[in-house]
Design a protein around this ligand. Structure first.
Ligand code: GTP
Ligand code: NA
Ligand code: MG
Length: 465
């Protein structure tokens, strides 16, 4: 069938922003759930996924659409929740790499915070369009609750003092965005030129608790998807799917949460997954999703499917999934495919990373716990360090003595500063530590990416003094 503008898949929307800005609460508001209150310490520690049906989008934007009269044709929307805590840079990086459009959530009372800025740069680097939610608008002084109302109607109900505080905080946020190189404006004050400019960012005041502005942000996302992203959203039969998470579930064994962006996945399909030890081929024994408007990371009454169609988050059941790497692609062996070709293609994410290594073979070694973390590290070294720090070797998992021996060659190559291992969230064998002493290799460890770079930068400064 021809791909047409009338057959779009669900857009994938990722929610990003600093810890406690209200990302999960915003989703709870739309889902009518209480996921956030069940989280340990109220902190999100995993990537989540929630599918909203078209009917939900229609009812939750009905009031605003009385005036907007937008012809909503999308089949639904898939929303990815991410953690804002600083130690989950890898999950934010994975989330931002999977989405079509993003909501960057700012706490209106705090303005732009560190991980909001980090998220913003991830989105800019990938050229992902995004809207900014100026959340917690209900905390403006003596805010009058207008439950679930479109934001302009709610603002009309506020006293002058409340409006003054709102305007002043919104314009502070605008200035802070400007400092990050982002032009923005309250969305209904944007001119035609601003809408034409793909770098211009709409601001939407919201409250995840009392619901003002939630209609606005939903409708705005649908409008952006249909008007600006329709080309990339045209549904196609080729499977495009990524592993979100690998986890054991009581009664189901090891399962893999897969984000199916496009194409189909069917029970009985021969699926190919990427592991560090090479590709694995396994038959799909089950496809489970939570009900619509329910969070995938919360155990629920799963719905069993014979076949699912992207975009959707799905839990895949099969044998031998223990070593599947999060962040890698999933493919299916079709009737006309050579299984070896599919295996090579599935492994190409890892091979591509290898290709990004320093071509003159001089550079540090980078070791991380997951492919997503490794990607985030490499991206950071390339884009956020000046001059970029070259990388000559990469790895995932525990650091062995042989890794130390390998990178010690930098001493002989006349660049002792690169006889260094940057280790993110991985254990180091005792023998590796001893070997490092012996052959003059520095190992820097951290479970927060920025701490790793701080240490390494200080080390480099020390060497060049
Ligand atoms: P992480 O996932 O841990 O990064 O946090 P988050 O961004 O998902 O924020 P979360 O939903 O956990 O909300 C953090 C706190 O802010 C909770 O106590 C919420 O009740 C509160 N909160 C969130 N949104 C609003 C809002 O719009 N208004 C008010 N008053 N409180 C809010
Ligand atoms: Na939180
Ligand atoms: Mg959260």
């Amino acid at each position: 069938a021809a791909r047409t503008r009338d057959d779009l898949r669900c857009p994938i929307v990722v929610i990003m922003g600093h810890v406690d800005t209200g990302k999960t609460k915003l989703l709870d508001k739309i889902r009518k759930t209480n996921v956030q209150e069940g989280e340990a310490g109220g902190i999100t520690q995993q990537i989540g996924a929630t599918y909203f049906e078209k009917s939900t989008l229609l009812t939750q934007t009905a009031r605003l659409n009385e005036t907007e009269k937008f012809d909503l044709t999308l089949p639904g929307m898939l929303v990815i929740d991410t953690p804002g805590h600083e130690s989950f840079t890898n999950l934010r990086s994975r989330g931002s790499s999977l989405c079509d459009v993003a909501i960057l959530v700012v706490d209106l009372m705090h303005g732009l915070e560190q991980q909001t800025i980090e998220s913003l740069h991830m989105l800019k680097n990938r050229g992902t369009p995004f809207v900014v939610a100026l959340n917690k608008v209900d905390r403006c002084y003596s805010w009058k609750t207008c439950k679930d109302m479109p934001i302009r109607e709610a603002l009309k109900e506020q006293a002058e003092g409340t409006l003054q505080e709102f305007r002043s905080r919104a314009s502070d946020a605008k200035l802070q965005l400007q400092e990050q190189g982002v032009n923005s404006n309250i969305y209904w004050e944007m001119g035609d030129d601003d809408w034409e400019n793909s770098d211009f960012v709409p601001l939407v005041p919201t409250s995840a608790i009392t619901g003002e502005g939630v209609q606005d942000i939903l409708l705005l996302l649908c409008q952006i998807a249909q008007r600006k992203l329709w080309k990339q959203l045209m549904w196609c039969a080729n499977l495009q799917a990524t592993v979100l998470e690998v986890k054991a579930i009581d009664g189901l064994g090891m399962t893999v949460d897969v984000l199916v962006v496009n194409g189909h996945l069917r029970e009985g399909d021969r699926a190919v997954f990427c592991t560090l030890e090479g590709p694995i081929v396994t038959e799909i024994r089950g496809l489970l999703t939570p009900p619509p408007s329910r969070e995938m990371r919360i155990k629920s009454e799963y719905i069993h499917h014979k076949e699912i169609k992207g975009a959707l988050g799905v839990k895949v059941i099969g044998n031998g999934l223990e070593k599947v790497m999060a962040g890698t692609s999933v493919l299916v062996v079709g009737p006309d495919d050579e299984v070896e070709d599919i295996k090579a293609e599935v492994m190409s994410d890892l091979t591509k990373l290898q290709d990004k290594l320093s071509t003159d073979k001089k550079g540090v070694m980078v070791q991380a716990s997951t492919l997503g973390a490794l990607e985030a590290l490499l991206q950071f070294l390339r884009e956020e360090t000046k001059p970029p720090i070259p990388v000559s070797a990469i790895g995932i998992g525990r650091i062995h003595k042989r890794d130390v021996t390998k990178i010690s060659i930098m001493n002989e190559k006349g660049c002792p500063e690169y006889a260094t291992i940057l280790a993110f969230d991985v254990p180091i064998e005792q023998a590796a530590r001893e070997q490092a002493e012996e052959v003059n290799v520095k190992i820097f460890t951290a479970d927060i990416i920025y701490h790793l770079f701080d240490q390494f930068t200080r080390h480099m400064e020390h060497l060049t003094e």
